[in-house]
Design a protein around this ligand. Structure first.
Ligand SMILES: Nc1ncnc2c1ncn2[C@@H]1O[C@H](COP(=O)(O)OP(=O)(O)OP(=O)(O)O)[C@@H](O)[C@H]1O
Length: 961
């Protein structure tokens, strides 16, 4: 029976099923439901209910999330609901961070040396590479590493099974595993998997340390692996109270040994489990949900669930075809700017996410966003802590904390340069590992003149090691030690430590000398790192996790030092964006799909939906790849865009094939971005629960001439390309009609050669106006033929960017040209090229032709005025001062502007007022319903770009009076 919201305010925001789950008295509760159904919301509410209503002490509640970001968000939400700071006492975090806390507190009980460090991916990789070499194993090091990780992550119950499966090479793998563990131990390191494995060992050996735990709650349960399942059970070993939320359709961590079977295992091992399903999707519009379901339902073996949208239909998701990855990135930028402008800042940059199958795909997108001046942040890709200068500082700190860390010490031995070659460093590490001593000890031996050491180090290098490296490290270690033991001395803070280190290394000068081009940026990163350390220390003092509760009779080590906690925080912050302290600025998010799990955004782009990218070429599990796409699509609330470049961004620029998950349903997508008319905006406002700005506010803030439609790029890039080639053949005096035999004239200057997948760039002696029709005035918007003042528009940004890439003066080109549909791919490049004096390009229009008038066909009349002026409260046709007919309910069963049904169905009439207030009536291209089509275009709707490729009569216009 559902409990009423009067019993606790937290129940007020829940539906019946959610309420049942939150207030369930069952010891074990499993909430299995689809995306956006409020699983996390329900879990958070249950935590509040259990603490505030049932009366569990917060320190007796364990909540495990899958990412650091999710943990933070959950803590915030619980904190807001509890309202009195009790959330700080909850043992809440990722499995890894919770395990680390227990190991830091009780690890001694299982023989763990105090001050253990965490081996990050880099450390593990290096150690395994060396082992394979040293022991002359025939193993592929990455494969060996994956095997070792899987073996640990599978949990103790999976061990015998995996051993049986792998007979070939098993001995070598086992040897590698043993040696790897030995080296980690020597360096006093635990890798990520060890944190979990050792914590399981601890909780088995010392159950009393979790004897206080009343209940355990797990988010994203479908992605738990064997060892995490064991941990969950061990944390809950006393009272066996567990709540899990998950969705098998979102299981995307199979490669990390996540086991979907954990769901059935839980139901089997905890027979009284109450199962609750949540069936309403609160996140996405109906169209987004329907298409996402159409993707996941291709998997016939999935666990079927009901998922009903609560929101209205919304606009159809878009599947956009672009010529190349560069164009794809430019289109994304232009679409972001278009949508944000046309929603009148109801949506901001932080409402946009670009979700990538792999971080490597971000290159073009980052570059396009950067050039357009759109601020962004990366999640799950190249992170602040991965920057070279920051890694170096972190390695110094790691060695100061823990000198046995061979890899960290190896990496800083010659940074800044001390005249030690890479080979020597390798040999030293090798020698240390072989003789089971740390590199630190070996270096001291060297410097003390112990000639038993095998590896020779040049005298001058040896002097620098002892006089500089070891002296600095030792000096700082001593200072920390003294400050810790002498309570009366001035405390030696983390920031003091870093600042002294920077001074001792003369780090600014080092950056200046070694990175003359970007040393300022790097130094800024360093300063940011110092700020970060200051923030961390401050937060730790003010609101850091409280220590684990004291358990009678069990000794707990209290972690007083800031440095190891800071280092652990960095090592475990794999998915949280730290460092770029722009959290409060609205930033576009670029994220891997994996790291986007559990999150949502009003606007989501999923680029590169082609075979090889998604499904990924190296993935062995196509179902998991499909689930990944499903996860990506279901992050979107209002607008979803998938895109596919014709050529991949790889170095060989292969021709792509639309993703096999999307291909069967590709007709259900719109081919270009939606028309953002009032009705669409109302739906968006409703979904995101924000006030909708007035028409006046929206269009008052639009830059003049701003393009209100997604028509700056061809709908069919291949068609556009063919047409371009044909036109070139026709006008270039080539006798053959075989396009394949057409040779593109080489561009002069750098970048002259044309790569596959790049926008075509070509020049010729001169072009006629119609050949450069895209820069002529027939399309959307009125443009003078002379240079217009530069205006910040979408395409202008991208083309300006290209222009500036072409030469320093490129950015000086008038941007107006790019505000119109380009007419064919690469038009913006033409413009950029033309305006760049560095290029010896002839003008697009010869002076003789400048005065040429287009032959006039039948002059199209103004669109018929179909409604009385008095009725015109707001709608105007796009870029036209002519009024247009508002849609009557009889005419349309769905909101105006919402594209649906047949692809050939003309979209609804746009209802924005004119963005530019001149009197000209321009002829809109295809898609602007209500206009008379120019002669020659036929009755059937032709996409704007396709129009340009068909033979047609010149378009005409009413000139301004
Ligand atoms: N009962 C409700 N009424 C209104 N909105 C709700 C309700 N429950 C959840 N929501 C909203 O739905 C959205 C999705 O919720 P949540 O993130 O908890 O879903 P989820 O099931 O965890 O999604 P996913 O599995 O994709 O991570 C959030 O914006 C949340 O505020």
């Amino acid at each position: 029976m559902a409990v009423s919201s009067q019993e606790h305010p937290i129940l007020g925001s829940l539906n019946d099923a959610q309420r049942r789950a939150v207030s369930s008295n069952a010891a074990t509760v499993a909430i299995l439901a689809g995306p956006g159904s409020g699983k996390t919301h329900t879990l958070t509410s249950r935590v509040v209910w259990l603490i505030d209503h049932v009366g569990y002490r917060p320190e007796d509640v364990v909540v495990a999330t899958f990412t650091v970001k999710a943990a933070r968000e959950m803590k915030d939400r619980i904190g807001r609901a509890l309202g009195d700071g009790r959330e700080k006492k909850i043992v809440l975090g990722t499995f890894h961070s919770i395990a680390r806390r227990y190991l830091a507190a009780y690890g001694r009980q299982i023989g763990l040396a105090p001050k253990f460090g965490i081996a990050d991916d880099n450390d593990s990789r290096n150690i395994i590479n060396r082992i394979c070499k040293r022991l002359q194993l025939t193993l592929d090091p990455p494969a060996a590493r994956a095997w070792i990780s899987k073996k640990k992550a599978g949990g103790t119950e999976g061990e015998s099974k995996s051993a049986k499966k792998l007979s070939v090479g098993l001995q070598e793998l086992q040897k590698c595993y043993d040696e790897y563990q030995k080296q980690l131990k020597l360096s006093n390191l635990l890798d990520y998997d060890d944190l979990l494995v050792r914590c399981v060992e601890l909780l088995r050996k010392l159950p009393s340390c979790v004897s206080n735990i009343q209940t355990v709650l797990i988010d994203e349960y479908q992605d738990t692996n064997g060892i995490q399942y064991e941990l969950m059970k061990l944390f809950a070993q006393r009272y066996r109270r567990i709540t899990v939320v998950g969705d098998p359709d979102q299981s995307i961590y199979g490669w990390r040994a996540a086991e979907i079977q954990n769901l059935w295992r839980l139901l089997r091992e905890f027979p009284g489990t109450a199962e609750v399903s949540l069936e309403e999707n609160y996140r996405s519009s109906q169209s987004i949900l329907n298409l996402s379901l159409a993707v996941i339902q291709q998997d016939k073996n999935r666990y079927k669930k009901v998922l009903k949208p609560v929101h209205s239909k919304g606009t159809r998701p878009v599947l956009r075809r672009l010529k190349s990855s560069t164009t794809e990135a430019d289109w994304i930028v232009s679409e972001i700017r278009r949508t944000l402008l046309l929603t009148g800042n109801m949506l901001v940059h932080s409402d946009v996410a670009i979700l990538l199958r792999s971080a490597a795909l971000s290159r073009h997108i980052e570059s396009a966003l950067g050039k357009a001046g759109i601020p962004y942040r990366m999640i799950g890709g190249f992170k602040f802590y991965d920057r070279a200068e920051i890694k170096t500082l972190l390695d110094y700190l790691r060695v100061i904390h823990q000198p046995e860390n061979n890899d960290a010490l190896g990496r800083i031995m010659n940074v800044p340069r001390r005249g030690i070659g890479e080979g020597t460093i390798k040999n030293l590490i090798e020698e240390a590992e072989q003789s089971s001593m740390s590199l630190w000890t070996l270096l001291w031996k060297h410097c003390r003149g112990d000639r038993a050491a095998k590896t020779r180090i040049a005298k001058h290098a040896e002097q620098r090691i002892s006089g500089n490296l070891l002296r600095i490290l030792n000096g700082l270690r001593k200072q920390i030690g003294e400050a810790a033991s002498d309570k009366t001395a001035t405390p030696f803070s983390l920031v003091d430590l870093i600042q002294q280190l920077l001074k001792a290394l003369d780090f600014e000068k080092y950056l200046h000398d070694t990175h003359p081009d970007d040393h300022e940026q790097r130094w800024a990163n360093v300063l940011e790192f110092v700020n970060l350390a200051a923030d961390f220390s401050r937060e730790l003092n003010q609101e850091g996790d409280d220590p684990l509760p004291e358990i009678e009779g069990v000794d707990q080590a209290i972690e007083a030092e800031v440095l190891p906690r800071f280092l652990a925080n960095v090592a475990l912050a794999s998915d949280a964006q730290t460092g770029d302290k722009q959290e409060d600025k609205p930033l576009v998010t670029i994220s891997t799909i994996h790291a986007a799990k559990g999150l949502e955004w009003p606007i989501v782009f999923v680029p590169a939906v082609y075979n090889g990218s998604i499904p990924h070429a190296r993935s062995e599990d196509s179902d998991e790849e499909r689930r990944l796409l499903y996860v990506a699509m279901t992050r979107a609330q209002c607008l979803l865009y998938l895109s596919c470049p014709s050529y991949s961004s790889s170095s060989n620029g292969e021709r792509t094939e639309l993703s096999s998950f999307v291909n069967p349903i590709n007709l259900a997508f719109a081919k270009k971005g939606p028309c953002l008319d009032r009705a669409v905006l109302e739906q968006i406002a409703h979904i995101v629960r924000r006030p909708l700005p007035s028409q006046k506010a929206i269009f008052g803030s639009l830059p003049p001439m701003h393009c209100t439609e997604d028509n700056l790029f061809p709908i069919d890039p291949d068609e556009a390309q063919k047409a371009t080639n044909t036109r070139r053949i026709g006008s270039g005096g080539c006798s053959s009609t075989d396009a394949s035999r057409f040779k593109r004239p080489r561009l002069s200057g750098p970048g002259a050669s044309h790569e596959l997948g790049q926008e075509p760039e070509f020049q010729r002696e001169y072009t006629t106006t119609m050949e450069q029709s895209s820069s002529f005035t027939f399309s959307v918007g009125f443009v003078q033929s002379g240079a217009a003042p530069a205006r910040g528009t979408d395409a202008a940004v991208s083309s300006t960017a290209r222009a500036s890439a072409a030469g320093p003066s490129g950015s000086a080109r008038p941007t107006h040209m790019a505000t119109r549909p380009t007419g064919r791919p690469g038009a913006s490049q033409f413009s950029a090229q033309r305006m760049n004096p560095a290029n010896t390009v002839k003008p697009a229009m010869t002076p003789e032709l400048a005065g040429h008038k287009l032959g006039l066909g039948k002059v199209p009349t103004r669109p018929e005025q179909r409604t009385q002026r008095t009725q015109l409260v707001k709608p105007y046709a796009v870029f036209s001062s002519s009024p247009q007919r508002p849609r009557s309910p009889q005419e349309s069963n769905h909101p105006a502007g919402v594209e649906e049904g047949d692809e050939n169905e003309p979209p609804g009439e746009p209802t924005q007022p004119a963005a530019c207030l001149h009197v000209t009536t321009c002829i809109g291209l295809g898609g602007l319903g209500g206009y008379k089509k120019p002669a020659g275009l036929g009755i059937k709707r032709i996409e704007p770009m396709a129009q340009l490729t068909k033979p047609f009569k010149p378009l005409t216009m009413n000139r301004p009076r």
